[in-house]
Design a protein around this ligand. Structure first.
Ligand code: SF4
Length: 322
């Protein structure tokens, strides 16, 4: 069995909604509501769902960029949620993030050289000469000319900026990179270049990825396994081929029916979901998907479906399979 690098157990992140003159808590947004999964060393786990489904909050909770409300995040057996500030700082060497919008995440007043050197300075790695060499090496591994170290972020295209974001994430030799919609802001023609680069880097540096996206077609290329989220909950998780060929959850089936087929001979029926995603501050009782599910039964309205195995490594939360 492959070694697990990360184990997420019953993760919850609730945000308070405050109101009134005393700013009392008047409700909660259950952004992540009891999510469990594992990530194996060297694999890419895709996390997919519509906006507001909790995938980015899950990523940020794993990194402790935000403090989870409850649950465990075990990284190499140590619980990230219980770590002190010092331990979290050390954890940053092993876990990094690549953001969706590289422009917003790169300091516009700093040269690329300075941006890439900063994590090395913060973690007191090498002397000035060694750090400079490391910066040059990082630029090379992401396919950028070393002369670019003197330029500023606004002098680059979107694809180049994302390469800089990836180089920064690589600076400390991390084990896990959480890529939060890393290609969503890029032109389609550039997307595959960045995805290919990430795959090459994964092989070269033995990286493990959590790849967050709203589109099942993007994660198909890069993922080994895929988890589908809806309104703060994981609804299905399986090996990529199983999930794409035999999706079980009605929500996954609907998402997949919207992915264009490359083979014109394969006809598939588009499942159009009714209505919009309900507000996470007022998630439906029972199965959160029941307000949009064509197969909903009475029990779906009141009983939350359990997270159960329906095949090898294939999990689903739906009453149809229990
Ligand atoms: Fe649909 Fe019920 Fe399954 Fe939810 S539990 S996906 S409402 S059938």
């Amino acid at each position: 069995m492959e070694q697990e690098l990360l184990q997420v157990n019953h993760l919850k992140k609730y945000f308070s909604i405050r109101g009134g003159i005393f700013s009392r808590e008047i409700g909660q947004v259950k952004a992540v509501d009891d999510v469990s999964f594992t990530v194996r060393k060297g694999e890419t786990l895709g996390l997919v769902g519509e906006s507001g489904c909790g995938k980015s909050t899950t990523g940020r909770s794993i990194l402790r960029l935000i403090q989870p409300t409850d649950g465990q995040v075990l990284f190499e057996g140590k619980d990230v949620t219980k770590m002190s500030a010092d331990e979290v700082r050390r954890l940053r060497r092993d876990m990094q993030i690549v953001f969706q919008d590289p422009f917003a995440s790169l300091n516009p007043r700093h040269t690329v050289g300075r941006i890439l050197e900063e994590p090395l300075i913060v973690h007191r790695i090498g002397n000035a000469k060694e750090r400079k060499e490391r910066v040059m090496h990082l630029l090379e591994v992401v396919g950028l000319h070393t002369a670019y170290a003197k330029r500023y972020p606004h002098q680059f295209s979107g694809g180049q900026r994302q390469r800089i974001g990836i180089a920064r994430a690589l600076a400390l030799n991390p084990k896990l990179i959480i890529a939060d919609e890393p290609v969503s802001a890029l032109d389609v023609s550039i997307q595959s270049q960045v995805l290919n680069l990430m795959q090459d880097l994964q092989r070269e540096f033995d990286l493990t990825y959590i790849f967050i996206a709203h589109d099942l077609s993007v994660v198909k290329h890069i993922s080994d396994r895929v988890g589908v989220m809806y309104l703060g909950r994981m609804v299905e998780l399986a090996d990529k081929n199983r999930l794409y060929n035999t999706p079980k959850h009605p929500y996954t089936q609907a998402l997949l029916s919207a992915v264009p087929n490359i083979d014109p001979d394969v006809k598939k029926e588009r499942i159009v979901l009714q209505g919009d995603v309900p507000s996470p501050s007022n998630a439906p009782q029972g199965c959160a998907f029941h307000t949009r599910c064509a197969l909903a039964m009475d029990s779906c309205k009141s009983i939350r479906p359990e997270w159960k195995a329906v095949g090898e490594g294939h999990f689903v939360a739906c009453h149809l399979y229990h």
